[in-house]
Each structure stands twice: as C-alpha cells, then as structure tokens.
Ligand binder design. Structure first.
Ligand SMILES: Cc1cc2nc3c(=O)[nH]c(=O)nc-3n(C[C@H](O)[C@H](O)[C@H](O)COP(=O)(O)OP(=O)(O)OC[C@H]3O[C@@H](n4cnc5c(N)ncnc54)[C@H](O)[C@@H]3O)c2cc1C
Length: 322
C-alpha cells in the first residue's frame, strides 16, 4: 500500500508541533485515498521522541538517528529523507514550510522527479489525485493545484490544528547512508538581544506595510504601545525593509505572541502573520480594506485610515491613565 510520509522536525530534543499538524493533513489524505500514514524522524538521540510520535498519530515511524544529523545539514537530511521515502513506499511527502523545510523539500522533489507544491494551507486527496491549496495575491485568493501521482509539498505551520489523537505504530531504525555531505555545519549564532521580548508582553501593537515608513512607527505605532504599556510588533515587510529589527517581527518566521490584547494596524493578515498572533486573547484590527483577511480573526475590526484611528486610541488610552 502506498503511504503518505510525514517528515518531522526536531527542535531542542522535541518534535515540533508543526509536525503534528502535518499528521492532521496526512490522516485526512490517507482516509480518502486508501494510503497509510508513516513518519520519519531525523536527528541525533531521537529514538525516544520518535517512539512517542509513533503513538501520537505518526504511525509506523522510521528513525534516522546519527550524530551527522545533530544539526540541520541539507545534504544529510536530503539523503535521509530520500531513504525514508523509499523505505516507506511513499508517494505523498509532507514537510513543514520552515527554513529547513523550504531548503530541503524542492531538492527531494527534484531527486524524485515529481511535482512540488510549496507553502500549502490545505491538502486533500481523492483516489489517485491530491489537491493542494495555497494562498496567492496576499491572501486574497486561494489557488488549488491537483497532482496525479507522486508529490512533495511544504505545509504552512498553523494551517490546521495539530493531531491530538493516538495511533498504532512503533519507531523502527532506518540505516540510511548519509555520508559524503558537501555542506558542513559550523555553528548556530543567536541574534543579538535588542531588549524586546514580544512573547512576554500583555499588549502588542503591531504595524504593517500600511504604516508607510519607519518614522511613522516612532510617531504613531510606538506611542499607542507605550500608552497601553505594551510592546511594538511588526509584519515581515517592515522588517525586510529595515524599518525595524527582526525582534519586532510577528509571524511564522518571527515571534509567536499570545498577548491579552493585539492591535494590528495596516496589516493585511497573510497566513504567515496570522500564525504568529491568532492565539491572542483579544484582537483589534485597523485596515482601510474591508476585505482584508485580518478581519477574519479580529474581535473588533475598524475599516478606516490607521492615521486617524491610532492617534485617537493613543489619546484615549493616555487620558484614561490620567
Ligand atoms: C516563507 C514566508 C514566511 C513569512 N513570514 C512572515 C512572518 O513571520 N510575518 C509576517 O508578517 N509575514 C510573513 N511573510 C509575509 C506574508 O506573506 C505577507 O507578505 C506579509 O505578512 C504582509 O505584510 P503586511 O500585511 O504588512 O503588508 P500588506 O500585505 O502589503 O498589507 C498592508 C495592509 O495595509 C493596509 N493599509 C494601507 N494603508 C493603510 C492605512 N493608511 N490605514 C489602514 N490600513 C492601511 C492595506 O489595506 C493592506 O491590507 C512570510 C512570507 C513567506 C513566503
């Protein structure tokens, strides 16, 4: 029987929650296409976590446990995944859309000479056909791509709930030849601390591309964050443009925050941003575009110009403090 293979990701000795999200999709695909769910764990000293994962939805779980995989190395991981695909008899391979995932996944597809779909938000199967959904045009449209036969896909973390059931299955060691890596792991460097820890703030006021320029963050967004006793966040384009340091970025490639209050001003609400803030207790969104996807997760949505609303909120918050 063909299988759908979940390629897990290990971080600080644990399997990331995003891998259980892959399991949710894999189970849905397996149910509707008659495939089996299998998983692959790659790392060093990971047999224990692989065994747990096998019972938490991973099913039959192959383990490549080698010192060479103690840290992510594209050459090692590519060889391990290809060995896993072969051993599992997989024709659908699901990988999280993380920096490691988007590095290795296209290489797996190229080596298998099969279809590759990146950054999916949904995966469904019907018979031999698998349909992948990805957001396009800043989240305004969903594109669906149907693939017949073998496919490798990366899946956006946060696109579905992590699988919370149990499964039959055990971890089995896979002897994969991962020698001959051309890339060499040197070291992990922590970014310098900027003194900002968004994850600990009770209130986060974030600005997006709609804020327009770096000065407006100082003049408009930071004052509201200060008036509410909170911290200032940002979407990725703000950080990419160099308007604010990366420590301010909220989202899949930034911080995941769960404050009591999250204010999003001039942020469209792309899935990569939503993943980082949708767990907030109360969300206020301010956007000129009534169709902006951010309103789908907002408790209060204000369709207006942020330059009118944010200063008014700052004034009201300052007045309330006295
Ligand atoms: C692999 C990958 C990882 C990513 N990681 C992240 C991540 O960690 N975090 C993240 O945020 N993004 C991330 N992105 C980018 C993401 O896909 C979006 O491009 C990004 O979130 C859009 O940022 P934005 O909402 O600020 O900008 P835009 O999408 O350009 O939206 C700007 C919004 O401002 C509104 N606006 C403009 N002027 C005003 C005004 N005066 N008043 C009110 N509203 C106004 C507009 O209507 C619009 O909705 C990632 C993308 C990829 C591919």
């Amino acid at each position: 029987m063909a299988s759908v293979l979940v390629v897990t990701e290990v971080s600080n000795g644990s399997i990331r929650e995003a891998s259980l999200e892959l399991v949710s999709f894999a189970r849905k695909v397996a149910e509707s296409s008659g495939r089996e769910v299998k998983s692959l764990v790659i790392g060093s000293g990971v047999e224990g976590v692989a065994g747990e994962f096998a019972g938490k939805g991973g099913g039959e779980t192959l383990v490549v446990d080698t010192a060479d995989a103690a840290n992510y190395n594209v050459d090692v991981f590519k060889k391990a995944i290809l060995a896993g695909v072969e051993a599992a008899g997989a024709d659908i391979v699901l990988i999280s859309n993380t920096p490691a995932g988007w590095d290795v996944a296209p290489r797996i597809a190229a080596a298998l000479d099969c279809a590759f779909v990146s950054d999916c938000t949904n995966v469904e199967a019907s018979g031999s056909s698998t349909t992948f959904t990805r957001r396009v045009f800043n989240g305004k449209l969903d594109a669906q791509l149907s693939v017949e036969g073998t496919a490798v896909a990366t899946v956006q973390p946060g696109a579905t709930e992590p699988f919370s059931g149990s499964s039959d299955g055990a971890a089995t060691k896979l002897d994969a030849d991962v020698s001959g890596a051309r890339a060499k792991f040197v070291e992990v460097k922590q970014s310098e601390s900027t003194g900002i820890d968004l994850t600990k703030a009770d209130v986060v006021v974030s600005g997006g591309r709609g804020v327009g320029d770096p000065e407006k963050f100082t003049e408009v967004i930071q004052p509201l964050a200060d008036a509410l006793g909170g911290a200032m966040g940002a979407s990725r384009p703000v950080v990419d443009a160099g308007w604010l340091p990366h420590a301010h970025q909220v989202g899949s490639s930034g911080q995941v925050v769960t404050p009591k209050l999250y204010v999003a001003a001039g942020i469209s609400g792309a899935i990569q941003h939503l993943v980082g803030m949708k767990g907030s207790n109360y969300i206020v969104a301010i956007n000129k575009d009534a169709d902006a996807p951010i309103f789908e997760v907002a408790d209060v949505g204000v369709v207006a110009d942020l330059f009118e609303i944010v200063p008014a909120l700052t004034e009201a918050a300052s007045a309330a403090k006295g």
